[in-house]
Design a protein around this ligand. Structure first.
Ligand code: GCU
Length: 413
């Protein structure tokens, strides 16, 4: 069934630059009533809020209430992790409301050589135990999609997937460069399936409600919310309370990292790795994955209102450059991969270009140009960008760029 939908949706995909329609992008620096934004204060106090409202109403959905971290418990701590160069710590975050109970496991590695090291915080696809081959990392008990190659059976994590996605995390490189890394399984917050009775959503339902309203949060928004709750914890932990935290995510988790950083200004910056449609890529280009395809294949990711734009992206009262603009003036890095045309690398780059007006407004350097920069020639401005050779992935090359860029833009002493 899911496969059929995917194949059907693929028929409407454009991969030709000459078939990209003419489109107009709303100016992030013009208020909804047409008046130009004339001060930084107006941007911060008024225009940002307007843009967030637009994304809530039409794309990701609004959170229908508040729910805070109920408690946390440090489950494990080891000063001698990674051959002695790092502290490993595992924390259980607990959320409770009425009969609802949810727990999420946070895994962190912090370098010994730096106090309050800057951190990369990102969700992972298949559990904390997949990001490193470390037998001490705890297995989540949350639902996950079965995956024979990853050793996931009966929707549960097993030891067979230990370290299977370690190539995406460059943990040694991160630690050796004086950064820490923090991760949490996205499915601990909301399992990645079209079911709104699991994960965090039911905590905020009104009496009798079983599904979010058309403008209420989908799974991507729930994951973004989870990133902010992990950040709440980091602010409490004496090792990380003063750390600068960059939200980082790959693909669907890159979409969530962007939305988290857009809303929650406590994030010092955001890295979008191959986030594509509904992430960094401009929707109105209708190149690669489009609204119709993403809503058909992943009906639970966005709010239902986003489905109104299937095949009609030109009618969206916003585009993804405005999501990038919400990160301003904080550092933002957009990364693409040459073979990842499904994610529309050019649309990802242009989003950064069109968000640059806001960075410039703050006196910061963003991106310029109407064509993609050459492959493997990174730009480490306040808005950073690279298109890497190769496919949809997170590679050591990507991390090398993120670290160099973060060292520059975070003003580390
Ligand atoms: C699919 C989906 C993308 C998403 C990607 C991923 O390819 O269409 O939108 O980014 O999965 O998360 O890996």
């Amino acid at each position: 069934m899911a496969l059929n939908l995917f194949i059907r949706a693929q028929k409407h995909i454009n991969y030709h630059e000459d078939k990209v329609p003419q489109f107009e992008l709303p100016d992030p620096l013009v208020m909804q009533d047409g008046t130009p934004v004339s001060s930084m204060e107006q941007w911060t106090r008024h225009r940002r809020g307007e843009i967030i409202d637009l994304f809530e109403e039409h794309v990701y959905g609004a959170r229908p209430g508040e729910i805070a971290l109920s408690s946390y418990q440090v489950m494990e701590e080891d000063q001698k992790a990674l051959g002695g160069k790092a502290l490993r710590k595992q924390i259980k975050l607990v959320f409770k409301k009425g009969d609802h109970y949810l727990e999420a496991l946070v895994l962190m590695y912090l370098p010994h050589q730096v106090d309050h090291a800057p951190l990369f915080l990102g969700l992972n696809f298949f559990g904390n135990h997949t990001v490193i081959d470390d037998p001490q990392v705890m297995l989540t008990s949350s639902w996950m999609r079965n995956n024979f190659n990853m050793g996931i059976k009966e929707h549960k994590a097993t030891d067979d997937s230990r370290g299977q996605l370690s190539h995406r995390w460059a943990i040694d490189r991160i630690i050796d460069s004086g950064f820490g890394v923090v991760t949490m399984y996205c499915g601990d917050i909301d399992p990645d399936r079209d079911d709104f009775n699991d994960g965090i959503h039911p905590f905020l339902y009104r009496e009798g409600q079983t599904h979010p309203q058309p403008n209420e949060w989908g799974t991507l928004a729930a994951w973004s919310w989870g990133l902010s709750r992990a950040l709440d914890y980091l602010k409490e932990d004496p090792h990380t309370s003063d750390s600068k935290v960059i939200a980082m995510g790959h693909s669907r988790l890159g979409k969530s990292a962007l939305w988290a950083g857009a809303q929650d200004t406590r994030f010092h910056g955001v890295i979008s790795n191959d986030s594509g449609c509904g992430g960094a890529a401009l929707s109105k280009r209708k190149f690669g994955e489009n609204a119709k395809a993403i809503n058909a294949n992943f009906p639970h990711w966005f709010c239902d209102n986003f489905k109104n734009y299937n095949g009609k992206e030109e009618e969206l009262p916003l585009d993804q450059h405005m999501l990038m603009a919400l990160i301003a003036p904080r550092p933002l890095y957009i990364a693409s991969a040459e073979k990842d045309i499904w994610a529309d690398p050019k649309g990802e780059f242009l989003s950064g270009v069109h968000a640059t007006v806001v960075y410039k407004f703050f006196g910061m350097e963003g991106l310029s140009g109407s064509e993609l920069p050459p492959v493997d020639q990174p730009i480490h401005h306040r808005v950073g960008y690279h298109i890497r050779s190769g496919k949809h992935e997170v590679t050591d090359y990507d991390w090398e760029q993120y670290i160099l860029w973060a060292q520059k833009v975070l003003d580390l002493e």
